[in-house]
Design a binder for this molecule. Structure first.
Ligand code: NAP
Ligand code: G4F
Length: 342
C-alpha cells in the first residue's frame, strides 16, 4: 500500500485528492491546523476513527510555518508521495496579509523540501503551482510563458515554483510543479468568485438574499472542475522523471459571463441583483488567464472531462440544496449570517 502525505487536506483540492487516492488504495496522512471550530467538513465523509482496522486516513496537527515538526512527520511517516496543497490561497487576501502569505505559500514549500533533504527519505513531491504566476503575461499561457506575478500570492507561488526546480536539480529530488488554472466545485471556498456567485444566486432565488456585491466583472479565467484536476496531480508523480505541467481547459470566460449564465439558468435577471463594490477590486489585477495544456495531454494523457456549462450546473445544484436547507431553518425561526467578504 502506497502512502501519501497531503498538506491542505481540508481544502477543496485536498478533499478531492484524498477521495481519489483512497480509491487507489493509498494510505493517506494529512496535515491539519488546530482550530477552535471544526475545519474538516470537506473530508469528514472519508474519515474513520484511527482505532478502526479499516482506517486509511490519518490526520496530524501541524502548520506549514513549523519546520521541525514537518521534518519529524516526514521522517515518521516516510510517505511515497507528498502533495503540497497547503497555502494562504486567496489572491485578494494576500494584499492584506503579504508577509503571512509569503511565509506559508512561499517558505512553506522550502520547509517541506528541506525536510525531505534532511531526512533523506525517498519520496516524490508535488507542488501546487498556479496560473496566477503568469499574471500580466498575454494569453495563451503555457510552460514556456515567462511569469509576471501581480500579487503577493503570485510572487510567493513563483518563489515556490523556482525552489522546487532548484531542489530537483541540486539534490535530485523527484519534485514536480503542476501549474493549475482556476478549478472550482461545490466545495470551493465561498469567497472565491464562482462559489460566491452560485451561492448568492441560489439564495436570491429562494428569497434568502437581495443583492450580490462583486468586484471586477471584466476579468477572464480558464475555469475547470477540481475533481478532474487532482487526477493530473497524481499522474505527474507517476512519470519516470519529474517535470512541470500546465493544467487547464483551454477556454476562457469573463466573470460577467459566469454571473449572467448562472442567473439565466435560475430564470433571474442578473442586472437587477448584482452591484459592483470597489472593495473587491485588487490593487493589481490579472486580466486574462487562458491555459495551453498540450504538454499534459501529450505526456500525461490528461484532459478535462467537465466543461464550463456542466461545471455551472453542478455548482448550482449543490448550492440550491444548501439554500433549501437554509430556508427550512429560517422558516423554523433560526437566524443565519450572510458573509460576502473578499
Ligand atoms: P483552499 O481550499 O484554500 O485550501 C487551502 C488549504 O491550505 C486548507 O486545507 C488550509 O487549511 C491549508 N492551509 C492554509 N494555511 C496553512 C498553514 N499555515 N499550514 C498548513 N495548512 C494551511 O485551496 P484549494 O483551492 O484547495 O487549492 C489547493 C492549492 O492549490 C493551494 O496551494 C492553492 O494556492 C493552489 N491552487 C489552487 C487553484 C484553484 O483554482 N483552486 C489553482 C492553482 C493553484 P484550513 O482548512 O485550516 O484553512
Ligand atoms: O475567484 P477568484 O478569487 O480567483 P483568483 O484570484 O483567480 O485565484 C484563484 O485561482 C488561482 C489560479 O489562477 C489560484 F492560484 C488561487 O489560489 C485561487 O484559487 O477571482 C477570480 C476573478 C478575479 O479577477 C477577481 O478580481 O474574479 C474577480 N472577482 C470579481 N468580483 C472577484 C470578485 N473575486 C472574488 N474573490 N470576489 C469577488 O467579489
Amino acid at each position: 500500500m502506497k502512502k501519501a502525505f497531503i498538506t491542505g487536506i481540508t481544502g477543496q483540492d485536498g478533499s478531492y485528492l484524498s477521495e481519489f487516492l483512497l480509491s487507489k488504495d493509498y494510505e493517506i496522512h494529512g496535515l491539519i491546523r488546530r482550530s477552535s471550530t471544526f475545519n474538516t467538513d470537506r473530508i469528514d465523509h472519508l474519515y474513520k476513527d484511527a482505532h478502526d482496522p479499516n482506517a486509511r486516513m490519518f490526520l496530524h496537527y501541524g502548520d506549514l510555518s513549523v519546520s521541525g515538526q514537518l521534518t519529524d512527520l516526514l521522517y515518521d511517516i516516510k510517505p511515497d508521495e507528498i502533495y503540497n496543497l497547503g497555502a494562504q490561497s486567496h489572491v485578494r487576501v494576500s494584499f492584506d496579509m503579504p508577509e503571512y502569505t509569503g511565509d506559508i505559500t512561499g517558505l512553506g514549500t522550502l520547509r517541506l523540501l528541506e525536510a525531505i533533504r534532511k531526512t533523506g527519505i525517498k519520496t516524490r513531491f508535488y507542488q501546487a503551482s498556479s496560473s496566477e504566476m503568469f499574471g500580466a503575461a498575454p494569453p495563451p499561457q503555457s510552460e514556456s510563458t515567462p511569469f509576471q506575478p501581480q500579487s503577493p500570492y503570485a510572487a510567493a507561488k513563483v518563489y515556490s515554483y523556482y525552489i522546487v526546480c532548484n531542489y530537483r536539480e541540486a539534490y535530485k529530488i523527484f519534485a514536480s510543479n503542476g501549474i493549475l488554472f482556476n478549478h472550482e466545485s461545490p466545495r470551493r471556498g465561498e469567497t472565491f468568485v464562482t462559489r460566491k456567485i452560485t451561492r448568492a444566486a441560489t439564495r436570491i432565488k429562494l428569497g434568502l438574499q437581495d443583492k450580490l456585491f462583486l468586484g471586477n466583472l471584466e476579468a477572464k479565467r480558464d475555469w475547470g472542475f477540481a475533481g478532474d484536476y487532482v487526477e493530473a496531480m497524481w499522474m505527474m508523480l507517476q512519470q519516470d522523471r519529474p517535470d512541470d505541467y500546465v493544467i487547464a481547459t483551454g477556454e476562457t470566460h469573463s466573470v460577467k459571463e459566469f454571473v449572467r449564465r448562472v442567473f439565466e439558468k435560475l430564470d433571474l435577471d442578473w442586472q437587477k441583483y448584482v452591484a459592483v463594490d470597489p472593495r473587491y477590486f485588487r490593487p493589481t489585477e490579472v486580466d486574462v488567464l487562458l491555459g495551453d495544456a498540450g504538454k499534459a495531454l501529450n505526456e500525461l494523457g490528461w484532459k478535462p472531462r467537465v466543461g464550463f456549462d456542466e461545471l455551472i450546473d453542478i455548482m448550482i445544484a449543490a448550492d440550491m440544496e444548501a439554500a433549501k436547507k437554509e430556508k427550512t431553518l429560517v422558516e423554523a425561526g433560526y437566524s443565519i449570517s450572510d458573509h460576502q467578504s473578499a
